[in-house]
Design a protein around this ligand. Structure first.
Ligand code: ZN
Length: 410
């Protein structure tokens, strides 16, 4: 613990202001709720050049009072004031304004204030942060974008080989953003406006910009949307496609439910049993198990559809060498089942057989993306109003990539 002779010394130490800067005076404006702290530098001080770090004597002082919002001092907003000196650098043969140690260039916030804002913005709604710190949210977004962009630039993506992609809705579900994830680093490499094949073109151009050859993408995992398939074939010709197996099972589950809905018109016992057929048998509650046993004995179309679903579910546990044959037999069984929705889904899955069976080699799914997507949607609900898709995308990077955002002088 240090014992300060006066409050200026204490401020200087608490603010971590380094020599040759010192706190020259302070004013408390109680009405405005602000504490003004004035910084000055010692006579004859030398500063280092912002370009080459050679030090030089003060040439003159810029005739403008610059201010930086700093962390609050108790209930008072704290504002740092300084007039910046310019030095003549012999090495660069130039007169330049010095860099300050408490803030980055072109901002009116100190490092510590920005660090505080960054921490709050990943924790709570933007509107609440704006209220809490008493700044307009557009200024807060500016800080946020700066650090997120910097962290994204510093991310090493050169080794990317296997990607997964999916869409997520931005504002009220009207607009879409496509996410590209590196399966190996589990990081979102790019989130971009627009759906399907446009998104893939953007991703291709983005990789090229990073000096990455698009042909180094060997595997891509997505759902069976036509736009994704065309986009991958066109822009990533070297990539093998794996269709997400959860998406495959979702289509089959939907078909089972379609059968049930049709059949319940005649068989009332089927009403309100949607989840009984959706879950795996082992996950059913006691009551659901009893319902299932009763219905199973009734020789229903729904029961047949359900058995087809379980059979396809089993496929994923088979050794790779049997997968092709198993899938072929399953589709034949489903097509001949005389349960039309099941036959229809099987015919459609047949067309995607290569990508469905690719899973047995690549073992890729969109499970990771589903997880990221739920984080993103939770962040969206919390934020209520991102104002722009650009803000939404920055929030995706910050929440999904969980990087420690470094707020400190370079
Ligand atoms: Zn220089």
């Amino acid at each position: 613990m240090e014992d300060y002779q006066n409050d200026l010394d204490m401020f200087q130490s608490a603010l971590e202001i380094e020599s040759p800067w010192f706190v020259s005076h302070r004013e408390l404006d109680r009405q405005a709720g602000q504490l003004h702290v004035y910084l000055n530098f010692k006579r004859g001080a030398e500063f280092s050049c912002r370009h080459c770090s050679e030090s030089g004597k003060v040439h003159d002082i810029v005739n403008e009072n610059r201010t930086w919002r700093h962390l609050d001092f108790w209930q008072y907003q704290t504002v740092l004031h300084a007039r910046l000196p310019r030095i003549y650098c012999r090495h660069c043969d130039k007169i330049t304004t010095v860099k300050v140690s408490w803030a980055r260039n072109h901002t009116s916030f100190s490092w510590l204030f920005e660090a505080h804002v960054m921490a709050l913005m990943t924790e709570m709604p933007v509107a609440a942060v704006a209220r809490k710190v008493g700044e307009h949210d557009t200024r807060l977004w500016r800080i946020f974008h700066y650090y997120v962009e910097r962290a994204m630039k510093e991310m090493d993506m050169t080794g990317v080989k296997r990607i997964a992609l999916d869409e997520t809705s931005s504002r009220r579900g009207h607009e879409y953003v496509t996410l590209f994830v590196d399966m190996d680093t589990k990081r979102v490499l790019l989130a971009t406006e627009g759906k399907g094949s446009t998104g893939l073109l953007t991703f291709r151009e983005f990789l090229i910009q990073q000096g990455i050859d698009p042909n180094q993408i060997e595997e891509a995992c997505c759902d069976m949307s036509a736009a994704f398939i065309t986009g991958i074939k066109e822009h990533f010709p070297a990539a093998r496609i794996t269709f997400d197996k959860f998406h495959v099972m979702k289509l089959v589950n939907e078909a089972v439910d379609e059968v049930r809905r049709e059949e319940q018109k005649e068989v009332v016992e089927l009403k309100k049993t949607r989840y009984v057929w959706l879950k795996n048998e082992s996950n059913l509650t006691k009551g659901q198990k009893q319902t299932m046993l009763k219905l199973k004995d009734m020789n229903l179309q729904t029961g047949k559809a359900y058995r087809l679903k379980l059979a396809l579910q089993d496929m994923w546990t088979y050794p790779t060498i049997y997968a092709d044959l198993y899938f072929k037999q399953w589709t034949q069984w489903a097509v001949r089942s005389q349960v039309e929705p099941m036959a229809a889904v099987a015919r459609s899955l047949q067309r995607y057989a290569d990508g469905i069976l690719r899973w047995f080699q690549s073992k890729m799914t969109n499970g990771l993306l589903e997880g990221i997507n739920s984080l993103v949607q939770a962040a969206k609900r919390k934020a209520r109003g991102y104002r722009s898709t650009r803000n939404f995308i920055a929030m995706i990077y910050a929440t999904a990539n969980k990087f420690k955002i470094k707020v400190e002088p370079h």
